[in-house]
Write a protein that binds this ligand. Structure first.
Ligand SMILES: Cc1ncc(COP(=O)(O)O)c(C=O)c1O
Length: 412
């Protein structure tokens, strides 16, 4: 077999020069693999890098209600191609999970997960080389998604817990992008933000929306809500309130508001790879045609089976009630883990960490790489991010939080 390597004699000339120097593995998956290898060798390991929900035995949580529905799927609900832009009944069901008053998905398409929806938003709302604006810190793959679709990420900071959003800074940033580009795309991963585990306050949300309102005369603005973790929240009523705020804002008609949806976390169907890019308050034939064109040209149809499952779920009130119970159970588990972590940090004379929803929290670190490295030496795996560490509550058992907190303190 011929070996092609960067330092060997046989450089793979076929590969474009601009595509030769990527890391071999996604950094988060690489850390997770290392943690698993060390655990398999018998080492005591705390693995808080995982991005999927694990139970206290380290097993992947799979929602029983969803699996029961999956087993009921008939061949015709699995095998045929789905429509290119997705099954309309699926898209409507996805939208109604969060906005039950809506009777139609508006404009939209099925995508390979939320990732597919984010990618398509760049393709349709930004020119090559332009910037998408988002909250910092942000989910690392935003950079890859932007880069692979010819864009880049610019940010405005999430305020420290208990502090107000810096609306002036946001205004300046958004305005400068709008003036330069003549258009603005905002990815807002709220409520239940990855990686901070926090949600905007009603006042913070109002401030963000007011900035967009004030700037919309400068060019078209698209606000894409990246809703990956809404089922796992400390305060589900607060989540619904946020969704209603966004719906009211959309209905003003000044800014195009859409959502990136996914069954990955919502239904623990990570591997089923289906999501949606929807604009529930807009019916626009050109936008619909453009999305269908993107689907056809990038991945063709999204998978049929999970779309069929979502449609089945939407028709089955009992299954919905059972699923809601399962979501409540796991939200309480995440809440308990967050409380344990805060208590353990306080025992070490460190501030606690707020959690409002999602799979993660962020802890501060002046030198995130060095701190994560020291933690790794002690068998504690976390993901370094700019200015902090991402801690996967989804994989961190409450009973491990005291060891975790001590290791963290001694690694700072
Ligand atoms: C913030 C955020 N957005 C989007 C996604 C997309 O996930 P998927 O493509 O599996 O739906 C994730 C997954 O981790 C995420 O954390």
């Amino acid at each position: 077999m011929l070996e092609f390597s960067k330092d060997g004699n046989l450089m793979l000339k076929n590969l474009l020069p601009s595509r030769r120097d990527f890391p071999a593995d996604d950094p988060i998956f690489a850390l997770n693999t290392e943690a698993r290898i060390r655990a398999a060798k018998g080492e005591t390991v705390i693995n808080a890098t995982v991005g999927a929900l694990l139970d206290d035995n380290g097993q992947l949580v799979i929602l029983d209600t969803v699996m029961e529905l999956w087993r009921e799927l008939t061949p015709m609900e699995i095998a045929p191609y789905a429509p290119i832009a997705g099954d309309p009944a699926y898209l409507t069901a996805m939208v109604q999970r969060y906005w039950p008053d809506l009777s139609h998905f508006g404009t939209g398409c099925a995508t390979p997960g939320g990732s597919g929806a984010l990618a398509l938003s760049i393709r349709n709302f930004l020119e090559p080389g332009q910037a998408v604006l988002t909250l910092a810190p942000y989910w690392g793959p935003y950079d890859t998604l932007a880069q692979e679709n010819g864009a880049r990420v610019e940010t405005f900071p999430i305020p420290e817990p208990g502090r107000a959003i810096d609306a002036l800074a946001l205004m300046e940033k958004a305005k400068s992008i709008l003036v330069k580009q003549g258009r603005l795309l905002v990815w807002l991963n709220d409520p239940c933000h990855n990686p901070t585990g926090r949600s905007t306050s009603p006042a913070g949300r109002a401030a963000i929306l007011e900035v967009l309102r004030e700037l919309c005369h400068l060019g078209p603005i698209t606000l894409l809500l990246d809703l990956a973790y809404l089922e796992y929240a400390a305060d589900p009523a607060g989540v619904m309130e946020a969704l209603q705020d966004y719906a009211r804002f959309a209905l003003e008609g000044r800014v195009l508001v859409g959502a990136s949806l996914s069954v990955s976390k919502t239904l623990t169907l990570y591997g089923a790879r289906v999501g949606a890019l929807v604009f529930p308050w807009t019916r626009d034939a050109s936008l619909q045609a453009a999305l269908a064109m993107s689907c056809r040209g990038i991945f063709s149809n999204a998978p049929k089976a999970p779309q069929s499952l979502v449609v089945r779920l939407a028709k089955d009130g009992k299954a919905q009630a059972r699923l809601a119970d399962e979501h409540r159970h796991w939200s309480e588990k995440l809440n308990a883990r967050a409380h344990s972590l805060s208590a353990a940090l306080r025992m070490e004379k460190l501030p606690g960490v707020p959690w409002q929803g999602g799979f993660f929290v962020t802890l501060p670190a002046e030198d995130p790489l060095a701190t994560a490295g020291k933690l790794k030496d002690r068998g504690v795996f976390v993901v370094p991010i700019p200015k902090g560490l991402r801690i996967g509550l989804c994989g961190l058992r409450a009973q491990d939080t005291p060891i975790f907190a001590l290791a963290y303190k001694e690694s700072l």
